[in-house]
Design a protein around this ligand. Structure first.
Ligand code: SF4
Ligand code: SF4
Length: 182
């Protein structure tokens, strides 16, 4: 069964987590994280003031459809295979396989590793350099002390990362692309 309360609680729990994010959807896991990422593809099609509601409604619709078909057992092997292919294609769009687990945190230099990797991923996925540059350089969102150029390449984060991501390398790339010369 779809657990509405879990989703609602999770989102509210992250509303004010102090990490500089304007909403908590980026902290969702599993299918909810996937629904959020898919919903983001379409969010630009509605007015800014409606975007939060739109994201919420679309994610719930996707969850409802999945629950309905799981309950009825109506997905054919072909449909399941199609879903898997869509999922694989989607995953290929993501350059850094970060799951947002935060095992790499805290960084001794204060770098906001998961947030920066997410901004980088979204820049590639949505082909949105300008928007992600604004996000990265928005001090209300990410402080300068949390930027990728604070990385001292100590390697602690890589040891902790279950995805074995070359974090300092990606941070360098991210900063090069995302920083604004001010
Ligand atoms: S390698 Fe860089 S980002 Fe990773 S823990 Fe060390 S200073 Fe932080
Ligand atoms: S530990 Fe790895 S997968 Fe988890 S948030 Fe950090 S970089 Fe991402």
């Amino acid at each position: 069964m779809l657990d509405w309360s879990e989703y609602i609680t999770e989102v509210e729990r992250y509303q004010d987590d102090g990490n500089g994010y304007h909403n908590g959807y980026d902290k969702l896991e599993g299918d909810w994280a996937l629904y959020y990422k898919i919903a983001q593809y379409f969010v630009h099609k509605v007015k800014r003031e409606d975007r939060q509601d739109f994201l919420h409604d679309l994610m719930l619709e996707m969850a409802k459809v999945k629950t309905k078909y799981e309950a009825k057992g109506k997905l054919t092997p072909e449909e399941l295979s199609l879903i898997n292919r869509v999922r694989e294609a989607y995953n290929k769009l993501i350059p850094i396989p970060c799951k947002g687990c935060r095992d790499c945190m805290p960084c001794p230099k204060g770098v906001a590793i998961p947030q920066i990797l997410q901004i980088y991923n979204e820049m590639i996925m949505y082909n949105d350099l300008q928007g992600r540059q604004s996000q990265y350089n928005n001090l209300g969102f990410l402080k300068k002390e949390q930027h990728a150029d604070q990385c001292a390449e100590c390697g602690e984060c890589m040891e902790a990362c279950p995805q074995k991501i070359s974090i300092p390398e990606w941070l360098k790339k991210a900063h090069e692309l995302l920083k604004l010369n001010q």
